[in-house]
Design a protein around this ligand. Structure first.
Ligand code: MN
Ligand code: MN
Length: 414
């Protein structure tokens, strides 16, 4: 960077900054990082009226006092489920975060759902694929494959499932306390309240057609609720094997597993910083449009600086506290804080890191609309180039470069 008359803030920086400070980086809006930092620790940062939402203030320290390296304007990339409308019905509740709530989340929408023991998410299907993870308790799930073969299984905490677009399915809470889970859809505009419900369809079909279709008198069918059941209390299911046999009938069961024991499998990578499990169509073939990483990051650990060349990243924070900075071209960088129940989003190719800022493990999901998980590690890239090329860019010695991790670290320890 040149100390030229065209760059007055750079000249000012050189006049006031001790030579030992990192050179060159500009903070917010043309001021040096050091000037911004000084401002943040002076009267300039005070709020005489004290107008703050206390809980939000405490949860967002990096919005309140951004790292001085943040710069320019990037749209918000966080939305807490806690401010989503909750639809509560006998049998359970649900709430969703879609592109209507979080404007940049164009490729993925998310839904949280709770079902009582016996509570049923009605038999239904939709035009997006559904990827899901059980967060608490257990459920019985059902689906059917294109050969008409049935799938019935029980899922517990840490298990995932995937129902491709148009495959009809159901979810029912089990004893002792039902379940809570996260649903992820491969379309940011997906609306959980606009799915095709079996009773809704029946209610809007002439009784004479019902009679012909099923070969039973229309009088045998009570009238169906005109807007469907959606979530409702049902009968606690019996033994799994019995339900599987009854559903299979003479066709047998589906050869395609629609679920996967994600957190019971060995991690894809384990380091002193934590562990990560990657699941996509390579180890879970039915998941043709959604790839995921389940990350556990120990206190102080860092999900290393990286980006994803093939898809936007939708995040869901399961436990703990962390912060993420997204960097974009043209000196734009913004840091936001995350905790349980928050959704985060990063556009394809935008670099980022995630740091555990709490004193417990940070557990979160990275979700991609893709058949395959892909990322590029900054460390791995910089250590697989001609060394002099990297040294010329970063003005570092060979000794410093040699200390960088020489492979994709994924998770760095404190
Ligand atoms: Mn569904
Ligand atoms: Mn990422």
């Amino acid at each position: 960077m040149n100390d030229s008359p065209a760059n007055p803030s750079r000249r000012l920086f050189l006049e006031i900054a001790p030579a030992t400070l990192a050179a060159g980086a500009l903070g917010a809006y043309g001021q040096s990082v050091q000037e911004v930092e000084a401002g943040e620790h002076s009267r300039s940062a005070s709020m005489p009226l004290g107008q703050e939402n206390g809980a939000l203030f405490a949860a967002n320290p990096d919005s309140e006092t951004p790292p001085p390296t943040d710069h320019g304007s990037l749209p918000a990339f966080k939305y807490p489920f806690s401010v989503a409308h909750k639809r509560i019905e006998p049998g359970g509740w649900t709430r969703q975060v879609t592109v209507s709530d979080l404007g940049i989340s164009k490729t993925i929408a998310g839904v949280e759902m709770r079902l009582d023991p016996g509570g049923i998410r009605e038999l239904h299907w939709h035009s997006a694929a559904e990827w899901a993870i059980m967060l608490y308790g257990g459920a019985r799930i059902t689906c059917i494959d294109p050969d008409g073969r049935s799938f019935v299984d029980d899922v517990k905490e840490g298990d995932i499932w995937n129902f491709p677009a148009g495959y009809p399915h159901s979810i029912q809470g089990l004893q002792p306390d039902g379940c809570e889970f996260l649903l992820v859809f491969d379309d940011g505009a997906f609306d959980e309240y606009e799915t095709i419900l079996v009773t809704d369809w029946m209610a809007h079909t002439p009784p004479s057609i019902i009679e012909k279709n099923f070969g039973v008198p229309a009088s045998a069918f009570p009238s169906q609720p005109s807007e469907g059941l959606y979530i409702f209390p049902g009968t606690i299911p019996g033994p799994l094997a019995m339900d599987q046999r009854a559903a299979a009938g003479n066709l047998g069961t589906s050869r395609l597993p629609f679920d996967y024991r994600l957190t019971s499998t060995e991690p894809t990578k384990r380091t002193r910083g934590g562990e990560v499990r990657i699941v996509d169509s390579r180890n879970f073939p039915v998941s043709g449009t959604v790839a995921a990483a389940h990350v556990t990051l120990h206190p102080g650990g860092l999900r290393e600086m990286h980006w994803h060349p093939n898809a936007d990243e939708w995040q869901y924070y399961i436990k703990g506290k962390g912060r993420m900075t997204t960097f974009a071209a043209a000196s734009r960088a913004r840091t936001m804080d995350f905790q349980e129940g928050d959704v985060g989003y990063i556009r394809q190719n935008f670099p980022h890191y995630i740091e555990n800022t709490g004193d417990t493990d940070l557990v979160f999901l990275e979700i991609f609309k893709s058949h395959q998980y892909q990322d590029v590690s900054l460390s791995n890239w910089l250590t697989h180039l001609p060394p002099q090329l990297v040294m010329d860019h970063l003005k570092i010695t060979r000794e410093t470069l040699d200390k960088f991790p020489h492979e994709e670290a994924v998770l760095m320890p404190l």
